[in-house]
Design a protein around this ligand. Sequence first.
Ligand code: SAM
Ligand code: DTB
Ligand code: SF4
Length: 336
Amino acid sequence: MHAEVAIMTNQERAEEPVLRHDWTQGEAEALFALPFSELLFQAQTIHRRHFDPNEVQVSSLLSIKTGACSEDCAYCPQSAHYETGVKRESLMSLEDVLEAAQRAREEGATRFCMGAAWRSPRDGDLEAIAAMVEGVKALGMETCVTAGMLSDEQARRLKEAGLDYYNHNLDTSESYYGEIITTRTYQDRLDTLQRVRDAGMHVCCGGIVGMGESAADRAGLLIGLANLPRHPESVPINLLVRVEGTPLADTAALDPFDFVRTVAVARIMMPASRVRLSAGRSDMSDEMQALCFLAGANSIFYGDRLLTTENPQAQRDRRLFARLGLRMAGLGCWVP
Ligand code: SAM
Ligand code: DTB
Ligand code: SF4
């Protein structure tokens, strides 16, 4: 048993939580060890202080450059190190990207996230991405890009183009990181995150669970995120999509309640951030997703595809939202 976090008293519940950046491993593990109902109650109580609990932000994802990535991330179907059957595709044209963004907007997405399978972008590619950002902004959508490590100059260029969010994940705890990626370090990731912050963009940063890590590693991931100088505005919690051909293809499935616990602890540790129920929803029941929303998730990837793997059909999500009385943020109503 962990002594540091006891079940909250009524007085403690009434106190406004501050944004903390000094979480300890013991405190985070103690949250994970709480009885499930107590943890969800604490998370939902904090959630309601910061957000409308019935509103969910929806982002749509597009892979603008697919496969043949030089990195060896053990979870990733796009790594050139593994045979996964993902077809290599070069950078998409501006026209095709804008057409996809328009379709996503019509479906109800308010943010358009463009993902590129690179260790880091070349300067020429970055110019093409800057044009995509400008085009998507002109459609009235928020923009997000994930394209690997950035230099200071590249971060400034994306900010200048109007980029709202840059996604760059810590992926797992610092101590488990070496089991998952060897071609770039945890510190490399922190450096890119700092450059994104310094350039004045919002940070989207989270990780993956279900990679064979321990509960202590899940606590460590959330500590890495919450103890950044500023909390990421957007925190994607991905459930590993086990893709044939990757080293993690045969990893044992995570207990769904441990996934929900991770969402709840993320909500408690980063009370004002959007916590996104990200990859892996195709493997989740509607009931599990409802528990995630109760635990404080208030953002999803919406649309039939993630980058290279499937996501629930938009129609299924609309039905789920209607059944749960959830609204898409920015729309004021469900998309019929
Ligand atoms: N190459 C860039 C990078 O790694 O930062 C951007 C694209 S990369 C695909 C973005 C994120 O997708 C990764 O950091 C990882 O968290 C997530 N991801 C990739 N494959 C996944 C999988 N099989 N299951 C869950 N999340 C995955
Ligand atoms: C994030 O944290 N999850 C998204 C997004 N950021 C770019 C990616 C999920 C990818 C899942 C595997 C695939 O579809 O290739
Ligand atoms: Fe490349 Fe990103 Fe996949 Fe790692 S996660 S192999 S960096 S595309």
